[in-house]
Design a protein around this ligand. Structure first.
Ligand SMILES: Nc1nc2c(ncn2[C@@H]2O[C@H](COP(=O)(O)OP(=O)(O)OP(=O)(O)O)[C@@H](O)[C@H]2O)c(=O)[nH]1
Length: 350
């Protein structure tokens, strides 16, 4: 009805209605003509409205298409078996191909082989309309460098395809690993830090109980290290720490742990010992590797180490107390003249 009123108004404006309205007694044909004119204008206006609605729709579609292609996230429309029905620019770029070359390729062709069952299971859940958490996948196509991605998907209303967002998390993963490393490893020597030591020690103690074996906690502090810093500078001191750390680690067996817990302080956990004497070769090798001369920047440096040792479960303490007892024994080794080891609660030394 509103359209009719608008059409009549427009006809009035065109001046055609004036004549029809003025002649109240005009012939039916004239009224019919008038009706026809109004209908024609109605139609024209409907067409205009349609054209305008269509233009708005096209503009909206263009906006969404632009956003779709502008997005840094990769979008894929997939069918149940992972065929790529549609993707945006970022999606094609992620796979290292032009969009026109992707026609009906399967996403699985770009996934590490061992993860294909995982991708299929993921799609199965999506198409069964089950809630599916984001899944991590490794991209390993021939056309792009390997990436780690996170994939999320929702089933399209027609249930024949799913809309998938694939986020490249390679950099994030590398940063996480780096943070993980910083949190658990000493940056200078690459040895485990105090946190990892505590974890490994707990684990090793539990294993001792299960296997009826012993372990040794060896607390090691370098002798005369400050003098190296004072005489040759901090950088040379750093280099010496790195070399000694490598040597001392090499003096242990696989399965033993060497951690750096402070400036020139280290702790070794020697596992799977049947007798106290089983730890002797490793302790002697630790002393030897700490005291062997090191050539650095044209100078020969030599320090040594004092080690305090306690044995678990012979020393039936918790992890903290084992470390404290080994530290006390190390202090006794220093007092006794350095470059030696001392057992906690005993007077044996090498
Ligand atoms: N180059 C370097 N030096 C460090 C680092 N961390 C701590 N230090 C230094 O290491 C030294 C450790 O002190 P001490 O253990 O008392 O030195 P020391 O000469 O070995 O003394 P004793 O143990 O009594 O023989 C200090 O001079 C610290 O400044 C590091 O990361 N790099």
């Amino acid at each position: 009805m509103r359209l009719r009123l608008r059409a009549e108004r427009r006809l009035q404006r065109l001046g055609r209605i004036g004549k029809a309205a003025a002649n109240q007694t005009a012939h039916d044909n004239e009224r019919l003509l008038h009706e026809l004119q109004v209908h024609q204008i109605e139609l024209e206006m409907q067409n205009e409205d349609l054209r305008s609605a269509r233009a708005q729709l096209e503009a909206a579609l263009k906006r969404y298409t632009d956003l779709y292609d502008f997005s840094p996230l990769a979008y894929f429309t997939l069918d149940r078996i992972g065929t790529i029905l549609q993707t945006n620019v970022a999606g094609a770029r992620l796979l290292g191909l032009e969009r026109s070359h992707l026609g009906h390729t399967r996403l699985g062709a770009f996934i590490a082989t061992h993860e294909l069952p995982g991708l299929n299971a993921f799609l199965g859940q999506v198409f069964d309309a089950q809630p599916v958490p984001a899944r991590e996948l490794h991209l390993a196509g021939d056309h792009a460098p390997p990436r780690i991605v996170s994939i999320e998907a929702t089933l399209a209303p027609d249930r024949l395809s799913c809309n998938t967002v694939v986020t490249d998390i390679t950099t994030l993963k590398a940063q996480q690993q780096q943070l993980e490393r910083i949190a658990h490893y000493d940056l200078l020597t690459n040895l485990p830090n105090r946190i990892v030591l505590a974890d490994r020690l707990q684990h090793a103690m539990a294993q001792c109980q299960r296997r009826g074996r012993s372990l040794a906690v060896a607390y090691l502090d370098l002798d005369g290290f400050k003098e190296v810093n004072d005489q040759y500078g901090h950088k040379i001191g750093d280099d010496l720490l790195v070399i000694l750390a490598q040597r001392m680690k090499a003096a242990l067996r696989e399965g033993d742990t060497l951690a750096r817990i402070g400036g020139d302080e280290f702790v070794a956990v020697l596992v799977d010992l049947e007798h106290l004497q089983d730890s002797t070769p490793m302790l002697v090798r630790l002393l030897q590797s700490a005291s062997a001369p090191v050539s650095l920047s044209g100078v020969t440096l030599q320090v040594s180490a004092s080690i305090g040792v306690t044995l678990y479960p012979e020393d039936p303490s918790n992890a903290d107390h084992l470390l404290r007892h080994a530290d006390q024994a190390m202090y006794q080794a220093k007092q006794a003249g350095r470059n030696r080891y001392r057992l906690f609660g005993m007077h044996e030394s090498a």
